[in-house]
Design a protein around this ligand. Structure first.
Ligand code: GLY
Length: 373
């Protein structure tokens, strides 16, 4: 069954379509959402393009749209200015030249969505784009909300723009080809959504964990729909992260520091966020914001998903990623800080969080120490 979820943003509102075996429909839905363009360019990567670009291109061509594909090497290490320059040059060299009516279709995981979205935001001062994410992480997080961008030498996602898509099309069937580690990345973000907005989502995740791992596409489509509904509501309330959109960073303050300290590829985003969520629960418990039953429930769900809850669960984690001084130093450079103050999202009740800018170094050190115990 197909589910449609609206992201309400006045004149920038759009629909997220979630279903199974939707890829053949993606071209038609994309074209309809963008006012039937006569030109479209699919931007994808070297892993996803060979699997799915032909199906999406066929759907676009069937609407009478001229369609070309540009791909770039897969991987987070390519989400940078060099790849951006090369993709932009190829886009602007197409013959006949594209004009402002050209639709960009992002086909791939979060890296593709971020980079292609930023190309769309900046080419000819802004082109329409439609996102067709192909990983669980991109489905439940990056593909909804209009954050586009690139990594800079100084840090992740420091170059970018808000540019909302015209539509997002999510086909759970493509997750069958996803490596298990990629599924973990998405599942950690789903647990995050349960903690910040919908405690009952944790029951659903626990009851269906085996189905997700077995790539049961019906269960995955339901999981995606529930999570997109949460993210859509958060983004509709606070598009530019002036307030509660920051709640989506729950687990990411210490989690991101662990990921950065570990170095590229040493720990997955989902594993780092899982540890970051446990650390945030430690801080919340230290400050008497929540009781231990609430924290234990989240720990139990993460363990059930084979996500780490202690450093010992990741025997290959580099020592730097466990070093409180190194992690604190990285947190000092978090782009979400204001006036140098590290901001934490902490749980305050099941399904509810709040932003705190008075978390002390002692609390941070104790939370990191607890991950090592
Ligand atoms: N990934 C966090 C956000 O979209 O705001």
């Amino acid at each position: 069954m197909t589910r449609e979820i609206k992201v309400e943003l006045a004149e920038r509102s759009y629909t997220v379509v979630v279903g199974v075996d939707l890829l053949g429909e993606a071209g038609r839905i994309a074209a309809a959402s963008a006012g039937k363009p006569d030109r479209a360019v699919i931007i994808t990567d070297s892993l996803v393009g060979p699997l799915y670009a032909v199906a999406v291109a066929a759907g676009l061509s069937a609407t009478g749209c001229r369609c070309e594909t540009i791909d770039f090497p897969a991987g987070e290490e390519h989400k940078n200015l060099t790849t951006y320059g090369s993709v932009m040059d190829r886009l602007l060299s197409l013959k006949p030249p594209i004009d402002r009516r050209c639709l960009i279709v992002a086909l791939g995981g979060g890296v593709v969505g971020d980079l292609a979205g930023f190309i769309a935001a900046t080419a000819l001062r802004g082109l329409d784009f439609v996102n067709v994410p192909t990983t669980l992480l991109a489905d439940v997080d990056a593909a909804v909300g209009g954050k586009t961008g690139l990594n800079a030498s100084a840090g992740k996602n420091l170059i970018g723009a808000f540019h909302q898509p015209k539509a997002v099309i999510m086909d759970a069937a493509v997750l069958k080809t996803l490596p298990p580690a990629q599924l973990d990345n998405g599942l950690a973000e789903c647990v995050k959504h349960g903690v910040i907005r919908d405690w009952s989502l944790l029951d659903f995740i626990e009851e269906n964990a085996a189905k997700f791992v077995a790539a049961d596409v019906g269960a995955l489509a339901e999981l995606i729909g529930r999570n997109v509904a949460i993210k859509a509501a958060v983004v509709s309330d606070d598009e530019r992260e002036a307030g509660d959109r920051a709640h989506l960073n729950f687990g990411h303050t210490i989690g991101h520091a662990i990921e950065t300290a570990a170095g590229y590829g040493a720990v997955s985003h989902g594993q780092a966020v899982a540890l970051g969520m446990i650390a945030a629960f430690h801080i919340a418990a230290d400050r008497s914001l929540i009781d231990s039953t609430t924290a234990d429930r989240v720990r139990q769900i993460l363990v059930g998903l084979s996500l780490p809850v202690r450093f010992a669960d990741l025997p290959d984690l580099p020592a730097a990623a466990r070093d409180p001084a190194r992690l604190r130093e990285i947190m000092a450079h978090d782009k979400k800080n204001i006036d140098g103050i590290v901001r934490f999202i902490l749980p305050t009740a099941p399904g509810s969080v709040a932003t705190f800018d008075d978390v002390t170094d002692d609390h941070i050190a104790a939370a990191i120490a607890a991950l090592g115990s």
